[in-house]
Ligand binder design. Structure first.
Ligand SMILES: Nc1ncnc2c1ncn2[C@@H]1O[C@H](COP(=O)(O)OP(=O)(O)OP(=O)(O)O)[C@@H](O)[C@H]1O
Ligand SMILES: [Mg+2]
Length: 319
């Protein structure tokens, strides 16, 4: 039996262990877990979940993570039970996840996370966000290369269109998925929801016409917020999300730029300046607007769906 511990556990009380996988693993799952161990064993950051240790015995794997008492962002946004997240907490979660992604993208050897989604963003007791699930993580391109070519993997509704179409992966695919998470935080709706009508199933398609229009944005916002959010702040986040989900990957902002823009919203003085700035322009990330970021004339309630995506949430390639 091979075992490893990446961190000394300070005391029984400082960590509650979360035992995630004790399985007779099929080969594919073993590979994912191996990738997870490789990355989380080496990467340490306050916004990445801590892998405390692992055991490997034949086909059995046991991975021990720090316990994240508030569970996943998905639970809080979409499940009945927990108190709805306030605007301030949503912003805090977005900033935490953006910090984790910026760290990965700006590391000396870039890491592309490839699985940004609400269920992989875990929350500690103070709603600090940490990225979990590094099974799909991939080393970024090196030298002059702009992308790595790889089998398309990810989750339906979150995966970037150019990556699904070509298998060409760059950090901008994570930026796209992060933009989808921002839309989920704003709207309280899932990235892909089979229970909705065809036109409303894909959140990106449904959201795009609403994001740059303040009145439509109001209808798009999560009703669970009960209107308790700064209008200009919401508009600024919508603007950032729109840039992240732009069709042209090259024109999407870098995660560090997204992070800086979100952090401005938390800064009280900057927020005051924003209150005096017209249309929240102070938070526009200075990149050229992509074609995908153009305002659509169609109303929020009647979105245009260019091409329906495969109906299965978990196809073999894009889960
Ligand atoms: N360290 C942890 N502490 C507390 N809860 C956790 C931890 N890791 C995972 N979970 C919980 O377990 C759930 C399942 O995680 P898991 O990664 O297996 O599936 P998922 O993210 O929902 O879907 P997928 O299989 O597509 O990744 C998470 O959404 C979260 O609620
Ligand atoms: Mg997961």
């Amino acid at each position: 039996m091979a075992c490893g511990f990446f961190r000394t556990v300070p005391s029984l009380f400082s960590f509650l262990f979360f035992l995630l996988h004790l399985l007779i693993c099929p080969l594919f799952v073993i590979e994912l877990l191996q990738t997870e161990v490789n990355y989380l064993g080496q990467l340490h950051h306050p916004n990445l979940v801590k892998l405390i240790g692992f055991c490997s015995d034949g086909d059995n794997r046991l991975l021990v993570y720090e316990y994240m008492p508030k569970g996943s962002l998905e639970n809080h946004l979409f499940r009945r039970g927990p108190q709805p997240l306030s605007w301030a907490v949503r912003l805090k979660v977005a900033i935490g996840a953006a910090k984790g992604l910026s760290f990965l993208h700006d590391a000396e050897s870039q890491v592309i996370y490839r699985d940004v989604k609400a269920s992989n963003i875990l929350l500690d007791s103070e709603f600090n966000a940490k990225l979990s699930d590094f099974g799909l993580a991939k080393a970024g391109p090196t030298g002059d290369k702009t992308h790595v070519s790889t089998q398309v993997m990810g989750t339906h509704g979150y995966a970037a269109p150019e990556y699904i179409a070509t298998g060409r992966l760059s950090a901008k695919a994570d930026v796209y998925s992060f933009g989808v998470v921002l839309l989920e935080l704003l709207s309280g709706r899932r990235a892909f929801d089979k229970t909705k009508s065809d036109a409303e199933q894909n959140l990106v398609d449904w959201a795009k016409p609403c994001l740059s229009d303040k009145r439509k944005l109001f209808r798009f916002m999560d009703s669970k917020l009960e209107g308790q959010y700064p209008k200009k702040g919401a508009h600024a986040v919508a603007t950032i999300a729109l840039q992240c989900i732009g069709k042209d990957a090259k024109l999407r902002p870098r995660m560090s730029e997204v992070l800086a823009a979100l952090e401005q919203l938390q800064d009280v003085k900057a927020a005051e300046r924003l209150a005096h700035a017209e249309h929240g322009k102070a938070l526009m990330i200075p990149v050229t607007k992509s074609p995908g970021a153009r305002q659509s004339p169609s109303p929020c309630v009647q979105p245009q769906v260019d091409r329906p995506l495969p109906s299965s949430r978990r196809s073999p390639r894009v889960r």
